[in-house]
Write a protein that binds this ligand. Structure first.
Ligand SMILES: [Zn+2]
Length: 559
């Protein structure tokens, strides 16, 4: 074995593994994992072989392994981006061991990333898959570590940026003492082409993906562009609101949109307009809360020249500008009393009167009002006219808050991701599992608007070509208590403040840092019963680093 091929300490990889029994999740970095019984996997493997045949089962399992390797390759640059190319590559074999596949020993590793050259040989002891195969089929003629090989190929292909094929030159399933694997670019294997089928997409799956894309395209073409494709959702509450909107569109009825702030009331109003016969006419939006009370009447109904000081010219109000179209009055509950009286007249008579004018004008405008306050309560408090409330409340549509539409969060986030990626010229591979879980768990006080802001921030923060991670969306989230692997490999609870407390106690003890180090080193050696390699592992050091430190200790002792 090449002596340079010793594993660097794997503390960086252990740290990736987090057990969160309270939330029922296990994480490897941002990727969600599960703990499976090899007995169950063995049974699944056997069922696959009996139901679809050996060749097809081998293909499916190779592809599953390939996907695992592909995902794990993302951790290489992330954890050891600043280390040597070899140390970075060894993340794969070390993670494969941590995940329980086999004991992996590098035999030979030649790599030239720029030239795309790869030639590697590894030894696997105790492959779970070789055990599983022998258990069901006894000693066989052909190597059987399909998922493990898929992993090696997937990891290395992603690492090298080209398809690297690994094959077993001997396998424990064939009666050997251990398995041996070799990897090279697929073109360099004489029978490489015959192996391509194990990595290629299933044509059936491809067809299904194409079909579902067609359906998506159809859906989005049904959605008018004016809504920005944002009326996305299949949850019952959202569908109910959407159906009500579609049915109101073809009529002239005044619509009242209710719901918390940020649920997308203006988008609903725009979609209603776009689906109506008025679609070719103007859509004019007014936020009643954003206009000062003394200006609101002039803004809505217009002014005649000289109506008040400063009215130098006649000006049309929003009602006139919405002629033939739709006027959207947002936060209608904030309308001052005098303006409420005038609005009621417009709704009753279908005509407006500019400020300072003696005459009235007919207007043909469809009114859509929206509020995030309860208008009935406002009526009871005397802040809103009862008669106007009845006029507006002919056709109420309540848009549910995002936290009541959990199943819509993922498709909505996907839509926003596509939109903001295009806007910010980013190519992203979606959200990490952890980011998606954080999105679904979040309470969303700011509803869809808050989701929009978070996804846009995520798109900006994520690395080009990468995924949006939880910390890109929620940068200031406190770290939750979780279980991780301690150096002995046991699960240990880690509260985020533990390390902080430990440091504080060390400081408070007044112990000099040298004697602290000496005592910790001595304890590690004692716990591993004098075995320096074992002690080094406990400390997250290499054996050489530990030996150096111990030597330095002895030198200072004898000084
Ligand atoms: Zn094998």
């Amino acid at each position: 074995m090449d002596p340079s091929l010793t594993y660097p300490p794997d503390a960086d990889l252990r740290r990736l593994l987090r057990f969160e029994p309270d939330s029922g999740a296990i994480w490897l970095g941002e990727r969600r994992m599960v703990l499976l019984h090899t007995a169950a996997l063995t049974a699944l493997r056997h069922d696959l072989i009996t139901s679809v045949g050996k060749e097809q089962a081998r293909r499916l399992l190779t592809r599953m392994g390939y996907a695992c390797g592909l995902h794990d390759a993302g951790f290489a640059a992330k954890t050891r981006g600043s280390k040597t190319l070899e140390d970075m590559f060894l993340v794969g074999p070390q993670l494969h061991m941590l995940e329980g596949a086999a004991r992996v020993t590098p035999v030979r590793l030649e790599m030239d990333a720029a030239a795309g050259h790869f030639d590697g040989e590894f030894r696997w002891d105790d492959s779970w898959e070789a055990h599983a195969h022998r258990l069901k089929y006894g000693v066989v003629d052909e190597p059987a570590c399909w998922t493990l090989l898929g992993y090696a190929s997937g990891y290395t292909s992603a690492f090298m940026g080209r398809l690297i094929l690994f094959k077993e030159t001997q396998c424990a399933a064939c009666g050997a003492d251990h398995c041996l694997i070799q990897g090279r670019p697929i073109e360099e294997w004489p029978d490489g082409d015959a192996h391509r089928q194990y990595f290629e997409d299933d044509s059936l799956l491809e067809k299904m993906a194409a079909l579902s894309q067609q359906v998506e395209a159809l859906k989005s073409s049904l959605e008018p562009a004016e809504s920005g494709g944002m009326l996305v959702g299949t949850s019952p509450g959202f569908q109910r609101a959407h159906d009500l909107m579609r049915r109101a569109a073809s009529t002239q009825v005044t619509v009242l949109l209710t719901g918390e702030t940020g649920v997308g009331k203006e988008r609903f109003a725009r979609a209603l307009h776009a689906h109506s016969e008025r679609a070719a006419g103007p859509f004019v939006a007014v936020n009643c809360a954003a206009l000062p009370a003394e200006l609101i009447e002039a803004e809505l109904f217009g002014v005649e020249k000289g109506a008040f000081t400063g009215a130098h010219a006649a000006r049309a109000g929003r009602f006139e500008r919405a002629e033939g179209g739709t006027l959207f009055l947002d936060e209608v509950g904030d309308l001052p009393m005098p303006a409420q009286a005038k609005l009621l007249r417009v709704l009753q008579e279908g005509e407006i009167e500019r400020l300072g004018s003696e005459s009235t004008r007919k207007v043909n405008v469809r009114l859509v009002a929206a509020t995030n306050v309860n208008l009935e309560t406002a009526v009871a408090r005397g802040q809103f006219r009862r008669d106007l409330f009845y006029r507006l409340n002919v056709y109420p549509i309540c848009i549910p808050p995002l936290r009541e539409r959990q199943s819509d969060i993922e498709p909505l986030a996907g839509h926003l991701l596509a939109r903001f990626s295009a806007l910010h010229h980013k190519r992203l591979d979606g959200f990490s599992d952890r980011a998606l879980q954080a999105l679904v768990k979040h309470d969303w006080p700011g509803n869809v608007r808050e989701l929009e802001n978070l996804v846009e921030r995520g798109v900006i923060l994520a690395a080009q070509g990468g995924v949006i991670e939880a910390e890109h969306l929620f940068p200031n989230q406190p770290d939750v208590a979780h279980d991780g692997l301690d150096p002995q490999g046991h699960l240990a609870r880690r509260a985020p403040q533990d390390e902080e407390l430990l440091c504080e106690r060390v400081l408070d003890s007044g112990m000099p840092i040298e004697s602290l180090e000496a005592r910790v080193l001595a304890l590690a050696v004692e716990r591993s019963r004098g075995n320096l390699s074992g002690a080094a592992r406990l400390l997250g050091l290499t054996r050489a680093q530990l030996a150096y430190r111990l030597k330095r200790e002895q030198a200072t002792d004898t000084d």
